[in-house]
Ligand binder design. Structure first.
Ligand code: TYD
Length: 216
């Protein structure tokens, strides 16, 4: 069984709900599961998250943003992910290295090779065995994310939701391009429809992988 699984997708693609469902599914099968997220996952990385996502920080330049994601990841890997994997746990992570390629690379236009190098530095050999990209039209995702932010009164985390539709389209296309280049690791899941329908698709994909016994 793959033991480091990452979840990716545009804003509003429903990752958070689906990760909880997958965690429950794996726990019922007797696995020891840790769920975590990026940016964040530990106090130092959470402090960096606040800088990265606060709408007031619109002066943050693209290169500084990239380095902050890398810094948060290095800390998260060392403090949380590596120890959990060493202990034999299954780690489910909400966003990881592919998010940096999709958002800072395809979205912002920073050099993909440079981002790959920074990802390598930050993740210290902790590479996901499996990545599930929840895919949906960017217009739908963005609309959902904006609605969620207003319902949950998330006034301090909306910096990316303020980006243009074009930006979110590039991010979505970026994820699809990444999946095309790494078809063994990255599975694209149709995230349209209600959460139950998406869970079913996700479980069917995971079950297939469990049955084929993919390991790290
Ligand atoms: P979050 O509120 O967790 O969004 P979501 O629930 O949609 O995952 O915010 C994370 C934001 O950070 C999201 O807009 C994507 C962005 N991000 C990057 O731009 N680069 C990265 O490397 C990572 C991990 C996230």
């Amino acid at each position: 069984m793959a033991h480091f699984i990452t979840f990716e997708g545009i804003e509003g693609s429903g990752k958070t709900t689906q990760i909880a469902t997958v965690a429950e599914f794996l726990r019922r099968q007797g696995h020891d599961v840790l769920t975590t997220r990026e940016p964040g996952g530990c106090p130092i990385a959470d402090a960096i998250r606040e800088i990265l996502l606060h709408p007031a920080n619109d002066a943050l330049v693209d290169r500084a943003e990239l380095l902050l994601y890398a810094a948060a990841r290095a800390q998260h890997v060392a403090e949380i992910i590596q120890p959990a994997l060493k202990a034999g746990r299954i780690v489910l992570c909400d966003r990881y290295t592919d998010a940096t390629l999709a958002y800072q690379g395809y979205g912002r236009g920073l050099d993909l090779d440079l981002i790959e190098e920074l990802n390598t530095l930050a993740c210290a050999d902790c590479r996901p065995n499996l990545t599930l990209v929840l895919d949906m039209p960017h217009e739908t995702g963005l609309q959902r994310a904006l609605q969620r932010n207003s319902v949950e009164n998330m006034t301090d985390e909306g910096r990316f939701e303020q980006e243009s539709l074009d930006f979110h389209q590039r991010v979505r296309e970026g994820y699809l391009a990444l999946a095309k280049n790494a078809p063994q690791r990255i599975q694209v899941i149709d995230a349209t429809g209600n959460p139950g329908e998406v869970s079913e698709r996700l479980m069917a994909c995971l079950q297939k992988i469990l049955d084929s016994g993919i390991d790290s």
